[in-house]
Structures are given as C-alpha cells and as structure tokens.
Write a protein that binds this ligand. Structure first.
Ligand code: HEC
Length: 137
C-alpha cells in the first residue's frame, strides 16, 4: 500500500517536471517574434508580406502553411531554386540564417500564427531535429 502511494507520487512528480521543461506554444511564439525581428523581417517584412517578385510572402503563404517540413528544411539548410508561393514562381536563394533548431521551432510557431496565419501544429525542437535535407529537391 505504501509503495503504491510512493509510485503514484513519483509519477506525479515526473509529469509535473516534464510539463515545466516543455516550453508552451505561447512562450515559443513570443520568442519567435523576437527572433523574427532579428533574422527575417529585413527580407520578408514586418507584416510577412515579402518584397515584390524577389522575396515570397509568409502571410497566407500556401507553401509555408501546407509544407511545414519543407519550410523547416529551408531554414535549417537554406533554400534555393524555384518554388511556387500562392501560384507565383520565385527562383531565388535564402541562405541558412545560422539558427539553432530550437530557435527554428520558435520562429516557425511565430510565422505559422501571425498576420492571420493560423495553425494547429506545435513545432518542437525535436521535430526540427528530424527534418532531413533530402526532402528539398
Ligand atoms: C536575405 C533575405 C532573406 C532572409 C533574411 C530570410 N529569407 Fe526566407 N526566403 C527568402 C527568399 C529569397 C526565399 C525564396 C527562395 C527560393 O526562391 O527558393 C525565401 C523563402 C522562405 C520560405 C518559404 C516560402 C514562403 O514564402 O513560404 C519561408 C517559410 C521563409 N523564407 C522563412 C524565413 C524566415 C522564418 C526567416 C528568418 C529566420 C527568413 N525566411 C529569412 C529570403 C530571405
């Protein structure tokens, strides 16, 4: 009886500690907003609108919203060659921005949920770890 209680208490403790270690989605988005201002806005704009024919938008981007792993791969390894965003072709280059995987996760959570973008997904650093370069053509 005593040991059952102890087992139960240690189970509660483990659950509690795990909840504390895992960053919440809103914390991740907040962090991502700051990183966006440092690393992305000069090209993609404060409102995620992109720039003319050269830089694709992030706001309402079907590429971003429908290809989450491809977007992660672009940030992790750089993105080059033709892509289609909202029916428009872009054929340019985005260098790897020097971000760690947990920073990429935070920025993804921000851009997936800003400017009217809305995603159910919660991107974690573990997911970014798993994305391989080979998925980019
Ligand atoms: C020097 C300019 C530049 C910077 C800085 C930059 N990008 Fe890009 N980004 C581009 C270009 C150009 C493309 C299109 C590449 C191509 O044509 O293959 C692109 C494509 C993308 C795409 C996929 C297409 C889309 O519009 O959905 C995403 C997502 C993206 N960038 C997010 C980011 C994020 C997040 C950051 C900050 C960490 C960032 N970019 C920083 C220039 C930039």
């Amino acid at each position: 009886m005593k040991s059952a209680l102890l087992t139960y208490l240690s189970f509660c403790l483990i659950v509690f500690l795990n909840l504390r270690v895992q960053k919440s989605k809103s914390e991740s988005i907040k962090n991502g907003a700051e990183l966006y201002r440092d690393f992305c806005y000069r090209c993609h704009g404060f409102n995620g609108e992109g720039q003319s024919d050269l830089i694709p938008p992030l706001k309402s981007s079907d590429y971003l919203l429908n290809n989450i792993d491809l977007s992660i791969a672009g940030l992790k390894y750089g993105l080059k060659g033709e892509i289609i965003v909202n029916g428009k072709s872009y054929n340019s280059y985005m260098a790897y921005q020097g971000l760690e995987n947990d920073e990429i996760a935070d920025i993804m959570n921000y851009i997936l949920n800003e400017w009217g973008n809305n995603s159910e997904e919660f991107i974690t650093s573990a997911r970014v770890d798993k994305v391989e370069k080979s998925i980019l053509k």
